[in-house]
Structures are given as C-alpha cells and as structure tokens.
Design a protein around this ligand. Structure first.
Ligand code: NI
Length: 380
C-alpha cells in the first residue's frame, strides 16, 4: 500500500471510533435526563395527591364520580376573565382532565387551571358552558353565562343611573329592557327598599349591573348629626351586603347634597360619591316622552340621572336603551365608565362625569352643594 492510502485508512478508523464513542456518550446522557424528568413528574404528581403514572398512557382506573363547577358570576364582559371553582370527587381520581364546550362554538375557552376567557369574536349572548370528564365516567355539568360586549374606550359611552329603587313593578320592566339589549346601568338603591325587595336587587346584581347606594332613608345628609349620618350609611351598605353579598363602592347622596363631613363619612365606608351631569328631571315632567328626549341629549361621558320608581319612566327606558346603542353609545356602569376613561373613583371624593370639558359646570354644582343651596328641592 502507498503511504497516502495508509493515512486515509487510519483517518477513517479514527473517525469511526470517535463517532461510536460520541453515540455511546449521547445515549447515556439521554437516558439520565429522561429518568430525572420522570422522577420530577412523579414527585409533583405525588404532591398533588394524584396517583403516580410514569407512562404516557392516561390512567382512568379511579374515575370521577362527582363534578361541580362554580362561576363567581353569571355574566362576563369580553376583555375580562373569570376564575372558575372546579371540584371533583374522589380526590384521588386518576384523570381529572376536563373537556370544555360552549353552546355557541368558540365563544369561551377555559384554561387547565380553570380561567374562563370569552373570545374577542363572541357576540352579546347568553351561552351554556359545559365541563365534561374525559375518564370515561361521562359526567357533565353546565352553567349559564351572559356575555356583554367589550368596551372600546375610544368610542362614546354613558352611564345611566337610577335612584330611589328598587320597586318591583317599575324596576323589573326596566331590567327587562337592559337585559334584552345587553346594556348596563347603575342602581343607587335606598336601603329600606333593598330590605323590602331584595330579590330585585339580586336580579340587578346577577345581570352584572352596578348596585350602589342612595343611603338608607333619603335624608338631607349635611343636616344630620354625626351619629344619624353614620346610621344612614351603615344601614344602607348592610342592606346591599345582605341582598347581594357585596358591599357597594358608590353612594349618591340624596338631593346630591354633600359637604366635607358627608364625604369623609362616605370615605370611611369605602364609598365614592357620584352625582350626575345630565338630570332628566323626570320627577318634574312625569312624562315618558320628556324623559326619553332628555336622555337622548346625552353626550360622551355623561352620568344620566333618572328614577326607577316611576311608572312613566318604564316606556322611556324601553325606548332610549336600544336607541342610544343604535346611536353608537356604549351603556356602561359608573365604575366601568371611570375605569375605561382612566379616571379614579377614590373613596370620599365627589364625581359628576368623566368628560373634562364640563369642569365649569362641575365647579358650580360643587359650590352650590357645599353651601347647602340646592337649585330646587326636587325628588332626587
Ligand atoms: Ni333620591
């Protein structure tokens, strides 16, 4: 053999040996890492009290016998998420994986850890969300969910507010109109009426509307003694809590009358005070057409005042809710209005609307109420 050929053969042999060695080392390493990750997997499963399965095959040996899914609310807005409370029995069921479905295909999705998210494409609708076991036990559970449209902060929005209720004969048909149109509003309830008609307040809450307070018995707050003022607010917030389980965060002082003492007392209860920027004066006109026309003059950022205890307002609500939406307004709660305009509602502060162009009007109203000089002693 020539010297050159000998060298080539030597190189080939050396290369072969190197490749064989590398393959050996690689396969050993692969086995080692595989073992350690399986260990980790089984350890974490043990921690959760689930029987260890090192195989990829699903273990259905202990099936689920009972499944429940709790939703914190029966409604959600596109853009929000909701943590579901998922519980199953027995605790050592080997395959707790669930299959989720929605009566409107693709409107909601639920993550592995139970976070529900409505899809951006979902339209306003009431859907049925179903969870189903995947271990062959064939157990299903469902709940209903109202999906409200997403708020676009760049588009006009108004907060319709109702005072002095609830009163079933008039509040309920107004709620029907809001429900039908997937519109939101805020209800400043009187504590004594909440105690009479808690089921109406519960309906407001379940629809995802804002349940706020208008104090307990509609007194001129600045004229009250410290203890009477405290009682008006405490009894009112307790009434809301008893009806819905949730304390209000917004208070509308009767007649819009506030002073420093009232604001401080409200602040001590975590309440922000909200008056209005558009008064329909429904108590004065007592006429559906007049209320309707007033509401339809609303501009972006307005907080609109009317009352849900008047029969003549039912027809007005039935008309202006779809008509405002038709005109491009988003009907939102007071809290949603402020949140979507990046403005805060701190406890103990007073608010009228979110649009800064009416600062002059705000100052005038604030000065009037500070002095206790109301324009008129109306039915606010
Ligand atoms: Ni009032």
């Amino acid at each position: 053999m020539k010297k050159g050929k000998m060298k080539i053969v030597q190189y080939v042999i050396v290369a072969f040996v190197v490749v064989v060695l590398l393959c050996g080392i690689f396969s050993i390493l692969k086995r080692l890492t595989a073992t350690s990750s399986t260990d980790k997997l089984s350890e974490s499963k043990k921690e959760k009290g689930v029987e260890t399965t090192t195989e990829k095959k699903v273990d259905n040996s202990i099936p689920i016998t009972k499944l429940s899914v709790g939703a914190p609310a029966g409604n959600i807005r596109v853009g929000e998420t909701m943590q579901l409370d998922i519980a199953y029995e027995p605790a050592d069921a080997t395959n707790p994986e669930l299959k989720w479905s929605c009566s409107e295909d693709g409107f909601v999705s639920v993550s592995e850890d139970g976070v529900l998210t409505p899809s951006e494409d979902s339209e306003k609708s009431t859907v049925t969300v179903t969870a189903e076991t995947t271990d062959g036990s064939d157990i299903k559970t469902s709940f209903e969910l109202r999906i409200y449209p997403e708020i676009d902060p760049s588009k006009p929005m108004v907060a319709i507010t109702f005072d002095d209720g609830p009163y079933p004969d008039t509040t309920n048909p107004m709620l029907d109109a809001l429900e039908e149109n997937y519109a939101k509003a805020t209800f400043f309830c009187l504590g004594q009426n909440v105690e009479y008609y808690p089921e109406v307040v519960q309906r407001e809450y379940e629809l995802g509307l804002e349940v706020a307070t208008h104090t307990y018995s509609h007194q001129q707050l600045p004229t009250l003694s410290a203890s009477a003022l405290e009682e008006e607010i405490t009894k009112a917030t307790n009434a809301n809590k008893n009806a819905t389980g949730v304390a209000p965060t917004l208070m509308r002082p009767p007649y819009g009358a506030v002073n420093k003492t009232v604001l401080e007392a409200a602040g001590n209860h975590g309440l922000s005070c909200v008056n209005w920027s558009l008064d329909t004066e429904d108590w004065k006109t007592k006429n559906a057409d007049a209320t309707y026309k007033q509401v339809m003059t609303a501009t972006d950022g307005d907080v609109v005042l009317l009352h849900d205890i008047h029969e003549y307002n039912v027809n007005a609500v039935q008309r202006f809710v779809p008509d405002l939406i038709e005109q491009g307004f988003q009907l939102v709660t007071v809290s949603e209005l402020y949140a979507n305009r990046g403005e805060t509602l701190d406890p103990g502060t007073l608010h009228y609307r979110t649009d800064p162009t009416t600062e002059a009007q705000e100052e005038t109203t604030a000065a009037d109420t500070e002095d206790g000089e109301d324009e008129e002693d109306g039915d606010w």
